[in-house]
Design a protein around this ligand. Structure first.
Ligand code: ZN
Ligand code: ZN
Length: 437
């Protein structure tokens, strides 16, 4: 049967109402233990290293991202999530953290603080690209930035924090990929050599690389297309063209890493997808999958603060993708500690008992006893089945009779044995039984 137009539209509307937007996911309660574990470990370590939490808006002026990330980058060309407004300056959902944090650093006059000024943050970021395996439109990052130090020690501190996070999460078989992409003193010469090398192969390259050739030649090196990789393999290497400053900086970074016994791979094709990087860039890769799914990465961005209107300020940082970390935690079957579960359930039967059980629940909470109770569930059977499902040790059962005489039944859920005790002694009775347990 043919549906009329009105009917069809209503059905489409209904369908949209119960669908998350394309490339966006719910993080359901059952998943939370992974998220809490991952974020908890990352926060602990960042704090240990002396980094302070900062929260910036999810939305910024779009120009901030265009200026910082670079006009001819995949992120700005294809992946910015614009927000339509009537007349005001264009806004966008943040596609990464660094730009907003640097904006906040400048706006809040943080240059006057003792340097380096070090931050960590986490939250959702947005990229308007076609969703595919391991890539979403909304995803979460844990992000770290250190502003105000030009020293190679700062690069290594940031890399070490990143590396330690993976170690603390228990993830194995990872490699640290590292490179230097030079500075405005040495990069232009290298780029012109690179273009000379690529010129005869131009026709062979993929469409993206054809554009990169004239607008962002450095990105030619990390194209994932097989035909472009082949050309990139024999390209001149930036390491041979670094200026003395970049060269000695990179040399110290590597020496510090040797001292730490972190095994790294010198990856001369690693360039990162954002324009603001200078000198050191790095990524963490799972050993077998290769470059397509980096678990995290970052580098130095010594020119960005000035580019956005602040004083010249050296800086570096990294970001870790949380969805990828969590999928890796599951792949590697890492035992994620669950939150401490209550061992006691308070069960009430009837109106009077329910009224009396509320203050009792509060009393136990204040005594530090974790109690499970569902005041919206009336049937005793229903409540006991929740107790069973949650594997509690004890059920406290309050019926009308007990409520009136100020007593309560304590039931051992394993043996099924019951005992009636005075409510005045409830805390000691619970503690005694849990100790035996
Ligand atoms: Zn240089
Ligand atoms: Zn290509």
């Amino acid at each position: 049967m043919k549906q009329n137009k009105g009917q069809k539209e209503t059905e489409e509307k209904k369908q949209v109402l119960v669908q998350a937007p394309l490339g966006m996911n719910d993080i359901l309660p059952a998943e939370q233990k992974y998220w809490n574990f991952a974020i908890g470990q990352m926060e602990d370590l960042a704090k240990y290293f002396g980094y302070k939490k900062i929260v910036t808006p999810i939305i910024e002026y779009q120009d901030l991202f265009t200026r910082s990330i670079g006009r001819v980058t995949d992120i700005v060309e294809k992946e910015i999530f614009e927000i339509k407004q009537k007349r005001e300056t264009k806004l966008a959902l943040r596609p990464e953290f660094t730009a907003g944090i640097v904006r906040s650093y400048i706006e809040n006059g943080m240059k006057n603080r003792a340097k380096p000024v070090r931050f960590y943050s986490f939250g959702p970021i947005f990229r308007y690209s076609k969703p595919q395996k391991g890539r979403f439109r909304e995803f979460w990052q844990f992000n770290v930035e250190a502003l105000g130090s030009c020293s190679a020690g700062q690069d290594v501190e940031v890399i070490l924090l990143c590396w330690d996070i993976f170690e603390k999460l228990g993830l194995k078989n990872l490699t640290l990929q590292i490179n230097s992409i030079g500075c405005p003193n040495c990069r232009p010469e290298y780029l012109s050599l690179l273009k000379e090398y690529y010129r005869p192969y131009r026709r062979r390259l993929c469409a993206d690389c054809k554009r990169r050739f004239s607008k962002n030649p450095l990105r030619l090196l990390d194209c994932k297309e097989a035909r472009c990789k082949e050309v990139a393999d024999k390209a001149p290497q930036i390491i041979d063209y670094l200026c003395p400053d970049c060269h000695s900086h990179f040399k110290s970074v590597l020496e510090f890493l040797d001292e730490l016994d972190i095994s790294y791979v010198l990856n001369l094709r690693l360039v990162r997808g954002l324009d603001y990087y200078t000198k050191t860039v790095f990524e963490i890769w799972p050993e077998k999958e290769g470059g397509n799914l980096s678990l995290g990465g970052g580098g130095r961005y010594d020119l960005l603060v000035e580019e956005l209107g602040g004083d010249p300020t050296c800086a570096c940082g990294f970001a870790i993708g949380l969805e990828r970390i969590i999928s890796e935690l599951k792949n590697q079957r890492i035992d994620v500690k669950e939150e401490r579960k209550p061992k006691v359930m308070l069960v009430q039967l009837g109106e009077i008992a329910k009224r009396k059980s509320l203050p009792l629940f509060e009393k136990l909470r204040k005594q530090g006893i974790r109690v499970l109770a569902i005041f919206g569930k009336d049937s005793v059977r229903g409540q006991l089945s929740v107790a069973n499902k949650n594997k509690v040790t004890l059920a406290l059962i309050l019926g009308e009779k007990e409520a009136l005489e100020g007593s309560i039944i304590i039931r051992d859920m394993q043996s099924g044995s019951q005992e009636t005790v005075s409510q005045n002694r409830i805390v000691e009775e619970i503690k005694k039984r849990l100790k035996e347990d």
